[in-house]
Ligand binder design. Structure first.
Ligand SMILES: *Cc1c(COP(=O)(O)O)cnc(C)c1O
Length: 399
């Protein structure tokens, strides 16, 4: 997945454009910048890439989720339904607004189970956020109609799904508002950066102002701008945008490499009857940033993970035993370990997590292995890797 693997001249030249005139900020300084507006240019590129009317760049993917929710009016005491298999950033971004993440079970797609979403809706529910972990997508039509029926805001955390599509539409562009990360390990990178995308002009204007202290961005005198509402600073810098601008132009090339490497490994593992691939809903086309598959049980997965490690197969993850991506290990969230006092709404709102178990999610995550597909592998290396993986799995299954 990572764009950083293929960092080169295009990125360097783009950054040098910015360094040549020294305007590192995305707004203002019109006279000094010699026509370089990297953040603005990248926003236009991303509109095309994600086939969406409006794009607001921000400083990170985490910021993108907070800004997206804030722009849609989600705040203190509002409940946001999201999956148990996610990244810590997704619930952090919700809690930053004083809203409450309501974690619910995943299904074999590795993201939101529509039945679990429906069951979690309360009068406080304001939004449903599907997190497209490892490029997974849920039944987007079902999730969308639940949101429509209950008048909820539908959000996509598409940070790990750059380049995937559903019914011909880019992931991230399907819900009311979509969020992307361009941190150092994402499919394309800015170093640090993120984007909020939407076809809703009001959300976009809100995101544009909110991410820059509430500035209205009218005219070309920053000091004279007014603040229609309170904001914050989630701006991206021109240097980061410059890297992203070079990277986004290479995205089609990255996706071709990803698919080629993915197919080689998938085809090899498909020869093993016990290997079951993650469900991709009808109409879904994966970005191929990760290959996800299930094995018969937890014990088998633990043994296979170990065999992968001993045999040099890196970048494969068993999230059941991992601290980053699954609820099971998140005591800091369950016990609300915070540096500062947390609002009463969030404290009370998160009490449901105490002693809560997610048996359905556990059953999927325990059996899942998720392998990063790298861009820098040679074909020879991928073919060899696929064979080693196949042999490791067969050996454990037959032992
Ligand atoms: C990377 C990621 C984020 C956060 O992005 P940052 O740019 O690192 O803040 C949020 N959600 C998911 C699913 C991610 O993978």
């Amino acid at each position: 997945m990572p764009g950083f693997e293929l960092f080169g001249n295009a990125e360097r030249e783009s950054v040098n454009d910015v360094l040549d005139n020294g305007v590192l900020m995305r707004y203002g300084f019109d006279g000094m910048r010699n026509g370089h507006w990297k953040a603005k240019e990248l926003e236009v590129e991303l509109q095309n890439t994600f086939q969406t009317n409006h794009v607001q760049l921000v400083s990170s993917g985490t910021a993108a989720v907070s800004v997206a929710l804030a722009s849609a009016g989600v705040g203190a005491g509002d409940e946001v339904i999201m999956p148990t298999f996610t990244f810590v950033a997704s619930f952090e971004a919700i809690m930053m607004l004083g809203a409450i993440p309501i974690l619910v079970d995943i299904d074999s797609t590795l993201t939101l189970d529509p039945k679990a979403v429906e069951a979690a809706i309360t009068p406080k529910t304001k939004a449903v956020m599907v997190v497209q972990m490892c490029g997974s997508m849920g039944d987007m039509n079902a999730l969308k109609s639940i949101c429509d029926n209950h008048n909820l805001i539908f959000v996509e955390d598409a940070c790990q799904a750059i380049g995937g599509t559903y019914d011909g539409k880019p992931l991230g562009s399907i819900a009311d508002v979509g969020c992307f990360s361009f941190d150092f390990v994402k499919t394309i990178t800015c170093g640090e950066g993120g984007a909020v995308i939407s076809n809703n002009k009001d959300y976009y204007i809100n995101a544009d102002h909110y991410s820059d202290h509430g500035h209205d961005h009218i005219g070309n005198d920053r000091g004279a701008e007014t603040h229609p509402f309170l904001g914050y600073n989630f701006r991206i810098s021109e240097l980061h945008a410059a890297v992203g601008l070079a990277q986004v132009k290479r995205l089609p090339e990255f996706l071709v490499i990803q698919k080629k490497n993915f197919d080689i490994i998938r085809n090899e593992l498909a020869s093993i009857p016990e290997v079951e691939f993650r469900t991709v809903p009808d109409g879904g086309v994966e970005s191929c940033a990760f290959l996800n598959f299930f094995l018969p049980d937890l014990d088998t997965v633990r043994k296979v993970s170990k065999a992968f490690k001993t045999n040099g197969v890196d970048a494969c993850f068993h999230y059941y035993d991992n601290n980053w991506h699954y609820i099971r290990k998140w005591d800091h969230l369950k016990k609300l370990k915070s540096l500062f006092p947390i609002t009463k709404e969030v404290k009370e709102g998160l009490q449901y997590l105490e002693g809560k178990t997610f048996t359905q999610s556990d059953a999927y995550i325990a059996r899942n292995i998720s392998c990063l597909i790298k861009l820098s592998w040679t074909e020879e290396q991928v073919v060899e890797r696929a064979k080693v993986m196949r042999d490791c799995i067969n050996e454990v299954l037959n032992s």
